[in-house]
Design a protein around this ligand. Structure first.
Ligand SMILES: [Zn+2]
Ligand SMILES: [Zn+2]
Length: 123
């Protein structure tokens, strides 16, 4: 590929506008190559956005705790099942609705956990 402005061999591609740049045009931002001062600002913005979304999705997080979303499902599963057992004892007949709800939350939570593991997310 040739440099976008100089028609000589390029050394890289601007991380912001994807134009090919030669060694004269390329500005190393530290985390990607930019072709101009405007693109340096853009590249810095992209890096900030990447860092933020990494935090949001928990990529690279060292936390060993299960994600809060899945903890919520687990909490509801335990709450519904517990309340179901309580109602079963009080009324002396099984409260199927609460057991089904509890099992449903457990399944949905399990699926969410499995999906997160597969996609390497942590949310
Ligand atoms: Zn550029
Ligand atoms: Zn150039």
């Amino acid at each position: 590929m040739k440099c976008f402005t100089h028609q000589i061999d390029s050394v890289g591609i601007c991380k912001s506008c994807n134009k090919a740049v030669c060694s004269d045009c390329a500005i190393d931002t530290g985390r990607g190559i930019a072709c101009s001062e405007e693109c340096v600002n853009e590249v810095n913005d992209i890096n900030v956005i990447m860092d933020k979304s990494k935090q949001i999705y928990g990529i690279g997080s060292s936390s060993k705790l299960p994600p809060t979303g899945i903890l919520m499902y687990l909490f509801f599963a335990v709450a519904f099942t517990g309340f179901g057992i309580y109602q079963t004892i009080i009324r002396e007949r099984p409260d199927y609705f609460l057991f089904v709800m509890g099992a449903g939350f457990l399944i949905v939570g399990g699926l969410a956990w499995f999906r997160n593991r597969k996609l390497n997310l942590n949310c």
